[in-house]
Design a protein. Structure first.
Length: 365
């Protein structure tokens, strides 16, 4: 496809995309409203847009769609897992998450594969294929909206395949389009970006003052242990990440948001709770804990007694926490361990492990 994808544009980027075309801000807003807000591919009848200008824009741009290769609806609850294929054959997934009111949230992928190789993550084993374009992220949300019109989509979480901060510009652009009143109209505070700790991008994100919620998927507060689970931790140590999250919370207001994958015998000890208490002394913390769900059997969730001991230790060290539960278990909707069949993994039949989707659900309530 030649030219710019119209669903990769915000009104302001579109207005300056072709300096030789007389596109003012109002028309740019209405074009974004047409292709994202109304989810249409044509520019027919856009107010203020002449037929000639519409034809010129159409010649310089495209509105390609993703192919939905598969969709799995849970029989237990309204989770749906989507497998998408892009024109170059890359595949990636999104999960529709039911919220209580009732509304939908969407757990989106930001990359096909991932370069970071966290040991508890199937996606990491695929390696990085490429970052997704803004429109490929937006399209995941539009597909859910189109196919589930009985509820509005009011939340988006960047917790599917990939590390969002390794595709920073496209993720921020996609979030802008999703938030735009002419776009998907999702509140900025209902859009969540989850990182495993790409420190320079966390600092940049805080400095830029975006309205989206930031979660650090920490999973261990002990540097050596974390480095064994998340290889990126060797470059960006726990202390520095905690300091960055404190600065973010201070600038933004609100608590430090952390995600924690509970793994029996690994990261549920009192030493972890004490380390968290030290790292975040004097700061409000909201830790989302989810049981690991590992198809390889290498990692196991804690039993009730171990989990309770950990939660008591967290409370004793001043760390606020919420426990997340799995949804859509029969379709393995937890989207932490996304691997795609066509790249050698088994996206649908295997169990997700990291529970990002469930985490996402609560975080967008
Ligand atoms: S947990 Fe996230 S950052 Fe780590 S390998 Fe998986 S997708 Fe990448």
């Amino acid at each position: 496809m030649v030219g710019a994808h119209l669903r990769s544009q915000t009104p302001s980027s579109l207005a300056v995309l072709w300096p030789d075309l007389p596109l003012d801000d109002g028309v740019a807003r209405r074009i974004v409203g047409r292709v994202v807000g109304e989810d249409r591919d044509d520019l027919e009848g856009v107010r203020g847009l002449s037929r000639r200008l519409a034809a010129e824009i159409a010649a310089r741009s495209h509105t390609l769609r993703l192919e939905v290769v598969d969709r799995r609806a849970s029989r237990i609850d309204p989770f749906v897992k989507y497998l998408f294929r892009a024109a170059d054959g890359r595949v990636f997934e999104a999960v529709r998450i039911p919220l209580e009111r009732p509304r939908w949230s969407v757990c989106v992928s930001s990359q096909a594969g991932c370069a970071l190789g966290c040991v508890f993550c199937e996606t990491g084993r695929l390696g990085l294929e490429r970052g997704l374009e803004p429109w490929e992220i937006v399209e995941q949300v539009l597909t859910v909206r189109r196919e589930g019109p009985e509820r509005p989509v009011t939340g988006v979480v960047f917790q599917g395949q990939g590390e969002p901060f390794q595709n920073y510009d496209n993720v921020i652009r996609a979030a802008e389009i999703l938030r735009d009143p002419c776009g998907a109209r999702i509140g900025g505070d209902r859009i969540t970006i989850s990182t495993v700790g790409v420190l320079p991008m966390m600092e940049r994100y805080t400095a830029e003052g975006h309205p989206y919620r930031l979660i650090l998927s920490l999973t261990s507060a002990l540097q050596d242990k974390r480095a064994g689970l998340v290889p990126l931790a060797r470059r960006h140590p726990v202390d520095a990440l905690a300091a960055a999250m404190r600065r973010h919370a201070e600038k933004r207001g609100g608590p430090v948001n952390l995600a924690w994958v509970l793994m029996a015998g690994i990261n549920t000890g009192a030493d972890e709770a004490r380390a968290l208490g030290r790292l975040f002394a004097g700061v409000r913390v909201r830790l989302s804990a989810i049981d690991v769900n590992d198809p390889t059997g290498r990692f196991h969730p804690p039993d009730d007694a171990e989990r309770s001991r950990f939660f008591s230790a967290l409370a004793g060290n001043g760390i606020g926490f919420v426990r997340r539960y799995s949804g859509g278990a029969d379709i393995h909707a937890a989207c932490g361990m996304l691997a795609s069949q066509s790249t050698g993994g088994t996206a649908f039949p295997r169990r997700g492990r990291r529970g990002r989707a469930e985490d996402a659900e609560k975080n967008n309530e």
